[in-house]
Design a protein around this ligand. Sequence first.
Ligand SMILES: [Zn+2]
Length: 169
Amino acid sequence: MSYEHTRICMYPRGHSGITMIAMSPLIFLQDLPEMFILYLCVTVLFSVVPDFDALDIYPISKISHRGITHTVWFGIFCSLILFSVLSTVPLPVIELSNQQTVTLSACAAAGVLFHIIGDIINEDAGVAIFNPIIQYEVVLGLVDSTGIKNDILFFVGSGMMFLLLASIS
Ligand SMILES: [Zn+2]
């Protein structure tokens, strides 16, 4: 699995790092660290899903990069898909309550949203998050999308998460 180099994309490490940093305050809202870890894993997983449109694999390569997978609609779509799966297929090791199922489904949308935020703050190109209804592209250009900044984001995010989990368990 490789990303096509001619397409612009922030590295998965950068998106994972931003997601972990954004999720870290929420750890104090959870009674069970185990559930938070599950929520975190789902959110981090979905924070890298939108850039699957940069994979050089047919027919995915036909999807325009930073197109439909970088919209709020895709986040809602991922959330609904996950909710449908979790509602019909029980997890093998844990029985989810309705609230936990809804929260996990919301984590999918949150992951996509954190990905979009990551792309907006990097300097490469804008993201039309409400495309096709509103085609205005949002871009801040604070971080470039390649190189050591992605590693720093990942290191800071995973370090924060490790310290927080260690402090509450
Ligand atoms: Zn992206």
